[in-house]
Write a protein that binds this ligand. Structure first.
Ligand code: CO
Length: 446
């Protein structure tokens, strides 16, 4: 007998990150939390990902304060965050002392469940974060970044889930960031992972391609225990499948979620109004985008290409850029396309089309070929690697092991700007953005 399906609500993190450029303010989250707390969700994903950056950069908010305010209004629902392994919530690799300090503070401020992923699926990039979360006694959900390529077959993902289980994962997430996982592929993937590791499996997707709710249904039939959804006013398009739809689809079956539809409707009525408020930053497409299935790129990447090429007055080269993406990906050993590899591959594809193939190579691609981002899923082009590194040997193993601990020097650099360990971590993640934010705060309280 299958247990009830549980739901993680993503409205306050991934949904507004995907639909509203991560701009939702804390003041628009707080009034609805007491009601959301009554639903009986598995968890609320409310922190991490891009929210840390945008809080400071665009909203003049302290991400730690947001977390405190949310936590204090949730009496029974666990708080979940998204953590990019050794990158934490930033875009570079941090040394282990930063990882430990960050996780410790995140737990102290109320995070119960950490979803940890790496863009390359390199276990060495998530091992330290997993260890740190376990040490603090919180739940480790290790995520598999799902993608399609000649090196990413079922066997690859099953092996990876075994490795993650071995590192201490408490549950496994299939993270389908581009909405590419077809329903029957999901069925097989969940079934095989369930056979290989004795852990709950959670599903995460984006509705971009229109496959999302079918993928969930087949994954549930194969034994997935939890799905990620958002209130329908903040769902579909590039966001998650809609909560109410999944609840209705599973009602009166062995998978029944048991959630109260009236309560969900009240919550959704609230978010309908909130969504309207953010109309100016709402760039989500109104239709399903089947192009992403053909080019296997996340929805956000396509709109980035269009904007970028428009600015360069080269929109007529879009098709060439789309054709170049899979070639760059092959040259780089088929990285899944998710932050930061999606930006890296996308940028290089545009440069290759406009300036000639690898006539200019970005510093990110150079570091990548040097091994600074970790182990690539497949082998990189040896020709390209030799040319870019000019005989220099790529590093093997963890790039951060070659660095001395970052916190002491960051602390010194930040000086009087910071007054707490939390401030130091703001500065560590985004030095320039945090400087402006902390200076403004000092002025305001002076
Ligand atoms: Co997502």
């Amino acid at each position: 007998m299958q247990q009830r399906i549980k739901i993680t609500d993503t409205t306050l993190r991934d949904a507004h990150q995907s639909l509203l450029a991560t701009r939702m303010k804390t003041e628009d989250m707080l009034p609805i939390l007491a009601k959301m707390d009554q639903v009986g969700y598995q968890s609320l994903e409310v922190w991490g990902g891009a929210t840390f950056d945008t809080c400071m950069r665009f909203l003049n908010e302290d991400p730690w304060t947001r977390l405190d305010q949310i936590k204090s209004r949730l009496k029974k629902t666990p708080v979940q965050m998204l953590l990019r392994g050794q990158n934490l919530v930033g875009y570079r690799h941090y040394t282990d002392d930063v990882v430990e300090a960050f996780v410790k503070k995140a737990v102290a401020h109320g995070v119960d469940i950490f979803r940890i992923f790496d863009a390359l699926n390199d276990p060495e990039n998530v091992a330290k974060a997993i260890e740190a979360v376990k040490k603090e006694g919180a739940h480790v959900q290790a995520a598999i970044s799902f993608t399609i390529s000649p090196v990413h077959d079922l066997d690859y993902f099953v092996k990876l889930s075994k490795t993650l289980a071995g590192l201490g994962a408490d549950s496994i997430c299939i993270k389908d960031m581009a909405g590419l996982c077809a329903p029957y592929v999901c069925y097989q993937l969940v079934a095989d992972i369930k056979k290989a590791v004795n852990l709950p499996v959670q599903l995460h997707t984006h509705y971009t391609s229109g496959l999302g709710s079918m993928m969930y249904l087949k994954g549930i039939e194969a034994g997935a225990a939890v799905i990620d959804t958002a209130a329908s006013a903040m769902a579909l398009s590039t966001s998650q499948p809609a909560t109410e739809v999944m609840v209705a689809a599973l009602a009166d079956t062995p998978y029944d979620t048991g959630l109260d539809m009236n309560l969900l409707t009240e919550i959704n009525d609230y978010f309908k109004e909130i969504r309207k408020k953010y109309g100016a930053v709402d760039v989500s497409p109104s239709q399903v985008d089947t192009q992403v299935l053909k080019y296997q790129i996340p929805g956000g990447m396509l709109s980035n290409f269009i904007n970028q090429l428009k600015e360069l007055q080269a929109l007529d080269r879009l098709q060439e850029v789309l054709d170049e993406v899979p070639r760059v990906r092959q040259d780089l050993g088929y990285p899944p396309l998710v932050t930061p590899t999606s930006q890296m591959v996308g940028q290089q594809a545009v440069t290759n089309v406009l300036a000639g193939r690898y006539v200019m190579v970005s510093s990110e691609v150079k570091s990548y070929l040097k091994g600074m981002y970790g182990k690539t899923p497949g082998p990189v082009s040896a020709e390209l690697q030799n040319r870019v590194l000019r005989g220099e040997k790529p590093i093997s193993g963890r790039s951060v092991d070659t660095l001395s601990p970052m916190l002491p020097s960051l602390r010194q650099e930040a000086g009087e700007l910071i007054t707490s360990e939390e401030d130091l971590l703001l500065y560590a993640m985004f030095p320039a953005v945090a400087r402006t934010f902390l200076e403004n705060r000092q002025k305001a309280t002076a």
